[in-house]
Write a protein that binds this ligand. Sequence first.
Ligand SMILES: [Zn+2]
Length: 368
Amino acid sequence: MHSFKLGRLFGINVELHNTFVWLAIIVAVLLALLQPENFLPIIILLFFLFLSVFFHELIHSVVAIQKGCKVEKIILLPIGGISVSEELPEKPSSEFLIAVVGPLFNFVVAFTILLLVSVVKLPFPANWFELFLTSPVEFEEALLIYPLLGLFYVNLLLGAFNLFLPALPLDGGRVARSILASIIGFSKATAIITKLSVFVAIFLFLVGFFSGSILVAIIAIFIYFGAKQEQETAAIKQALEKEPLKQFVNRKPFIAKASLSVEKIAELMQKRNELYFLVQLEKNRFGAIDINSIAAVDRKKRGETTAGQACRKVRPVGENEESDEIAAKMLGKGIAILPVTRRGKFIGAIEARELRKRFELNKVLKEG
Ligand SMILES: [Zn+2]
């Protein structure tokens, strides 16, 4: 496991990534040994960072749910969070809104603190802006003395960093893509923004490298791999444009009963040399169960857990939907199989594997 579960909120699993835990432990140990007098203020600062990232992600997720996207979990990292959603929002305006509310929340918190200290007498350095511009060392000292300044600064940084870098997978990249997508369409917009993201990542890495800031370099690497992933999704979409979905539909897929135990499903998979099945939940409602969903069930509980409980509920796709969209969704989110319907009636299944094959073929044979 790379993260552990903190709890569940609005039906979303909230997980803390290991890097956050390690950072907290390393910082705590180093501080206790080297700067015991700064132990408490820095731990408070870390806690503020954690809280700010948490609410930033929570707000993304709540808006995403309101826009009809299912959100599975939130993973909290020291540099921000990731909301894991099964699907991209359909409309560019939804993507824009979901992306923009996170950083906006941080700016509102920062602004509220400024407003508060200007009205009420609270411990806050009046000359913080001057210190920030002229004396980084004194500003850092002030951060340790005034917790409210720490909370203000953490939110200002999170908001600015997430919104103003036009790089995927950061919020700024999503905002830029959604604006561009409303003009030139999703595929072209993604292609342009992912190229831009790679440049931003390289630039940021060089900045981090030459200024000796490890955190900036780490963020750059994170952006680089995120952008590469988005680039692959864009390439899949481009290669499968204008390919009718119908030709890939398996008309006679094996369908498992929801009442079967996970143990039984595993046996069937071995017998049929298959990695995934559709599961029939109700008349026109299906789930997908794959080898990973089986692995996720504790070995001792596989006899009593049913396929219906262990499967991932999936939305059927219409046979006339665009195969590039479906492929990007399936390959991007690791969905192996989806039910296909015609006028709401089940007619077969679409498998990511088949779409992957055509993608590989078209990538080479249709180039140029
Ligand atoms: Zn965000």
